[in-house]
Design a protein around this ligand. Sequence first.
Ligand code: COA
Length: 319
Amino acid sequence: RSVRVSGWGSYVPERVLSNADLERLVDTSDEWIRTRTGIRERRVAAPHETTATLAAIAAKRALAVAGLAPDDIDVIIVATLTPDYPMPSTAALVKEAVGNTTAAAFDIAAACSGFVFAYATADSYVRSGLARNVLVVGAELLTRFLDFDDRGTCILFGDGAGAVVLSASPEEGGGMAGLEMATDPDGAYMIWMPSGGSKSPPSSETSKRGEHFIRMEGRETYRYATRTLAASALAAIERAGWTPEEVDLFIPHQANARIIEAVAKGLKLPMDKMFVNIHKYGNTSAASVGIALDEAVREGRVKAGDKLVFVAFGAGFTS
Ligand code: COA
């Protein structure tokens, strides 16, 4: 079956945390953050919000654009590294929140590549005929897992959610044209949360040591991203039988503006082919490509029939 994106939507919490606000929390400066990352501000969820509530708002917006009723959705996939609970899945909570009674719902864990991995999974369900409409949501509440004493990580991340609905299409040739997915476990401990899982269950000791916070080797991660992203995008583009020049817009994971510039340089393309909104939201991990896609459509940067490339990398390392 041919596949189309029938709906899109996003949600970011109201509260803005600016670089100036961070200057009051850690030894950093607006200038350092802007020049090293491109980030000016990020959003922080309110106390009553959770990853599932952020996801549900983005999902309802995507369903409204698609013109679908909740029970038209056959499968719900949520990509997140900050689920409400280890179990049940956040997707199960989103299913209830959007009022769906029929879909299978599950989470995908691929860190910042989560939205792209979930999108590829959803496309495969529709293409194979296993589902007619699949809801994909990338959602994160990262600010609750940041060590605000660690200036190397707390300046980077923010909260938000992005969603799409993929549907069976009556028109020929729609959907994913080429795919390159990779996981490189050499990078397994470059970005991680040391405790909270079976290897190091949460305890007062792990909590005192702050092991439930995100830890990151920034330089190694940066090196991996700049080495991998352009090659990964190019592999997918070649599988599609396209050239980089004929791609209308790249929607890259928003981790660092310098990393996005490296992708453009690696593909010998101008920066106006890259959608960038990191200055407003920072790195929202699995939510970032979904939020960026929604904004790109609403800003008129994407129209029906365009050739798009989604490219991401994250803990694992995944790409
Ligand atoms: N404010 C001010 N100074 C800071 C700082 C901050 N927030 N964070 C680090 N520094 C300091 C360091 O302590 C270091 O000081 P030193 O030279 O005196 O030791 C100096 O700045 C350079 O640190 P370094 O880590 O080499 O900086 P960098 O240029 O690599 O930039 C990142 C740091 C985190 C912005 C960059 O490595 C990065 O973007 N990595 C990828 C992160 C990422 O994308 N993660 C998510 C993956 S999905």
